[in-house]
Design a protein around this ligand. Structure first.
Ligand SMILES: NC(=O)C1=CN([C@@H]2O[C@H](COP(=O)(O)OP(=O)(O)OC[C@H]3O[C@@H](n4cnc5c(N)ncnc54)[C@H](OP(=O)(O)O)[C@@H]3O)[C@@H](O)[C@H]2O)[C@@H](O)CC1
Ligand SMILES: Nc1ncnc2c1ncn2[C@@H]1O[C@H](COP(=O)(O)OP(=O)(O)O)[C@@H](O)[C@H]1O
Ligand SMILES: [K+]
Length: 459
């Protein structure tokens, strides 16, 4: 469990609005900066192991935080130096600089220290780092035993997770007041190291949150196979993919899983096999229909897809099925739908588009009226009402064939248990991520499908 779990995720503009509200209620930029700088100093003192500290300060308020932190560290008896990229500009940052009574070195001349604090640029970064900043930053991070970024690593675009230039990876990032998208979205998230949210005395709220351990009830004395959740998986051209999704649904805890479009009994015998008929899809006990894994993109596959869309059952649509649809067609369906595209499927369905992965997922959810699980090394789950859930730090070993099919099955199991669509999508993503974390390295999708049961057992 990460300390970020369930925390709000805010953009730079939302953070500025929250800060503005705090200011209207009697605080000031200077007071907030003082609070932040002292809080940063306290963390650096605790994790710095008594080593000497070098604080790098930029021209904006991020730099202001750095000057306050340096003064507080010095007052606490720590050996600390400051180097700046350029002089402070805003009123609060100028006042913070005035509160630092030591020398200010240039970045080019500064020697490394055992602890580096990066307070060059935060949410105000508006262009790539110059070489004159990027090169010394890299040298000083490489020369430090521990590197700590204030708010975001300098060079990272807080809202989009883009990395503007050759930005070095930090060991720790202290997110001020709330997580920002860059703490979860790649490629920036990898450069943040361990992220901790520092309380800065500002109340933030957001309709975007970090994924958290789901609430997913365990079977009880009243449970039977149908009320645990019944999942129907539609088989297509590549039977293995539907099989993986079905196995995943079973190990995610569904009570009854049926593979539609298959008839011969074969192991696992717990998986029921039936022909795909309208009747089979309209079984009112079905809590989720899963279609798409290995379906095939040829015209012949439109018929089973049409059958699934016409059913009034909650639907999880993945893989090839996404290539045969349009957002308008999905929206016209009504009812509960979850889409699980990877980047290629997303672009094909919704267009390449601008904006962050979070913006694009939200836009896709609005257009399709569906919950969209935009997968990848980071996963963004968005609902048509604007709510979003971000999952970072996935196990990169998930980048192997069939793991998406496993995710689809896990989401199907959660949806069939009666969870609302956004919660079900998040529960599936969490379970999938946790199973992958437990498996470690070089696992295959078949093992991942089985390992879901260990993650499910934790809930
Ligand atoms: N608001 C508040 O109440 C509080 C905010 N807080 C803190 O403030 C941070 C946000 O501060 P901020 O908005 O001043 O922006 P910041 O990230 O310091 O840098 C912007 C400056 O850098 C410049 N610049 C940009 N890109 C550049 C580049 N590549 N290379 C070179 N220069 C570049 C740009 O100037 P320009 O050159 O564009 O005129 C601008 O002057 C936030 O992350 C948090 O740490 C806390 O103290 C709590 C209270
Ligand atoms: N580094 C990574 N690269 C690609 N996918 C990743 C990575 N880390 C995690 N994943 C996850 O692995 C799964 C891959 O799904 P997908 O691309 O649909 O595979 P398949 O179609 O073979 O089943 C998704 O859940 C995705 O979020
Ligand atoms: K920074």
């Amino acid at each position: 469990m990460s300390p970020l779990d369930g925390r709000p995720v805010v953009t730079a503009a939302q953070m500025r609005a929250a800060e503005q509200l705090a200011i209207e209620r009697g605080s000031s930029v200077a007071a907030l900066m003082d609070h932040v700088g002292r809080a940063v100093a306290e963390v650096v003192r605790r994790i710095g192991g008594g080593g000497d500290v070098l604080v790098l300060c930029g021209s904006g308020n991020n730099g202001g935080d750095g000057y306050v932190a340096a003064a507080a560290l010095k007052a606490a008896g720590i050996a600390v130096r400051v180097a700046a990229s350029s002089p402070p500009r805003g009123e609060a940052a100028i006042a913070a600089r005035a509160g630092w009574d030591g020398a200010v070195e240039t970045l080019a001349d500064a020697a490394p220290a055992s602890v580096l604090v990066d307070a060059l640029f935060g949410t105000g970064l508006n262009r790539a780092l110059d070489d004159a900043v990027a090169a010394p930053l890299r040298r000083l991070v490489e020369g430090a035993r521990l590197s700590v970024a204030v708010d975001v690593p300098s060079g990272v675009q807080a809202d989009t997770g883009e990395v503007l230039g050759p930005v070095p990876a930090m060991a720790v990032t202290l997110a001020l007041g709330a997580a920002k998208p860059a703490h979860l979205l790649q490629p920036a998230a990898r450069l943040c190291g361990t992220v901790r949210v520092l309380d800065i005395g500002v109340t933030v709220d957001s309709d975007a949150r970090v994924i958290a351990r789901p609430t997913w009830t365990r079977p009880g004395p009243d449970s039977h196979k149908f009320n645990r959740g019944m999942v129907a998986v539609v088989r297509g051209r590549m039977a293995g993919a539907a099989h993986l999704a079905a196995t995943a649904a079973m190990h995610a805890g569904a009570g009854y899983v049926v593979l539609l479009g298959a008839s011969m009994p074969e192991a696992p015998y717990a998986l029921v096999r039936k022909p795909l008929t309208d009747d089979a899809l309209d079984d009112p006990r079905i809590g989720a229909v899963v279609i798409g894994p290995g379906l095939g993109r040829d015209e012949g596959m439109r018929e089973p897809l049409d059958q699934a869309l016409a059913s009034d059952r909650p639907l999880v649509i993945d893989g090839d099925a996404l290539r045969l649809l349009t957002p308008e067609r999905i929206a016209a369906r009504g009812g509960t739908t979850i889409l699980t595209p990877h980047a290629g499927e997303f672009d094909a369905l919704f267009g390449a588009g601008d904006g962050s992965k979070l913006d694009r997922a939200r836009d896709a959810a609005t257009r399709s009226g569906a919950v969209v699980v935009f997968k990848g090394p980071d996963t963004v789950i968005a609902a048509p009402d604007g709510r979003a859930i971000l999952a970072g730090d996935a196990n990169d070993w998930l980048s192997t064939a069939g793991t998406g099919d496993v995710l689809t099955g896990a989401i199907g199991a959660a949806l069939s248990s009666g969870m609302p669509a956004l919660d079900a999508a998040a529960a599936g993503v969490w379970l999938h991520g946790e199973a992958a974390r437990r498996l470690g390295a070089a696992f295959i999708a078949d093992e991942l499908a089985v390992a879901l049961k260990h993650a499910r057992g934790m809930l």
